[in-house]
Design a protein around this ligand. Structure first.
Ligand SMILES: C[S@@+](CC[C@H](N)C(=O)[O-])C[C@H]1O[C@@H](n2cnc3c(N)ncnc32)[C@H](O)[C@@H]1O
Length: 279
């Protein structure tokens, strides 16, 4: 095993490969969908385009794209975890989209067309040991003038609540330690611009959204608790926390009750979005 593939295996392990993680991905996708849709519309993704979705997971980004490009467009979703693509295929079929296909593999190894109008990805470069070579492959798969649009987190600062919440601080400790130790890149959002420049992209637009919310209906409590649930096997295996300490099943509810009970607000994730064109 090379050191690259070791790092990759470790990064993927942190969120696991369970049915629960697949469900978590879908819930997360619903939570951030408006921000991703805005990125794609601002980047100029429109009807009739042929788009490649990198790291499709359960297919949420590809399904969003299928709607944006319409029946006259086409979407190809790829993921190195072929098994999760079965879920993506079933979902595309039951949503009635016949303009989406999925292929298992890495963009650097698959034999794919080189004339995509756009290549996109969400929460994917952070898991790659060598995102620079991936961005070069992204450029190789675009036609001249084609669009690259990525959305990745900036995990370099902690979430916070008003009034402060020690439970939120603990949740963040668990998430950030697991991600850092697993080899995921917590600074990827801050590296995106240089990755684009090094791969030869121009006309760059860099923006960020910060997830903030309160009230009983806010999806952030479940998002935070879902991440902890997915990294729990990693936390246990590395002696960081036990299931008994975490009490994952009640975590979202405990955070919700504290925040709502105190009329509070949580400032959670920063999502960096960047789009640009191949010269
Ligand atoms: C957190 S999930 C995000 C899924 C989807 N983009 C979304 O936002 O719902 C990250 C996905 O990237 C995939 N992935 C990681 N490295 C990859 C690579 N080198 N090539 C293709 N897929 C990769 C993982 O298998 C995983 O399904």
């Amino acid at each position: 095993m090379t050191s690259d593939s070791k790092a990759e295996t470790k990064a993927l392990y942190v969120l696991g490969r369970t049915g629960e993680e697949t469900e978590r991905l879908q819930a997360q996708a619903e939570f951030v969908r408006p921000l991703t849709e805005r990125l794609f519309r601002d980047a100029g993704i429109r009807r009739g385009m042929k788009v490649l979705d990198l790291g499709s997971g359960a297919g949420d980004v590809a399904l969003l794209l299928a709607r944006l490009v319409g029946p006259e467009g086409a979407v190809v979703g790829i993921d190195k975890n072929s098994s999760i693509l079965e879920t993506a295929r079933v979902r595309a079929q039951s949503a009635g989209y016949d303009n989406v296909t999925f292929e298992g593999g890495d963009i650097r190894e698959l034999s794919l067309p080189r004339d995509f109008d756009a290549v996109v990805g969400r929460f994917v470069l952070m898991y790659m040991p060598d995102p620079a070579s991936t961005m070069r492959a992204v450029a190789d798969h675009l036609r001249a003038g084609g669009i690259a649009a990525f959305q990745e987190p900036d995990f370099t600062h902690s979430p916070y609540a008003a009034p402060p919440s020690s439970l939120l601080d603990q949740i963040w400790q668990w998430i950030s330690i697991a991600f850092r130790k697993s080899g995921a890149d917590l600074e990827i959002g801050l590296k995106l611009r240089n990755l684009y420049l090094a791969a030869g992209f121009s006309d760059l637009h860099l923006e960020a959204d910060r997830l903030i919310g309160g009230g009983a209906d806010w999806g952030g409590y479940d998002h935070l608790a879902g991440l902890v649930k997915s990294v729990l096997p990693f936390l246990e295996a590395n002696g960081i926390a036990t299931a008994r300490e975490v009490q994952a099943e009640t975590l979202a509810e405990r955070l919700r009750q504290y925040i709502v009970g105190n009329g509070g607000v949580v400032v959670w994730l920063t999502l960096v979005r960047l789009w640009g064109r191949k010269i």
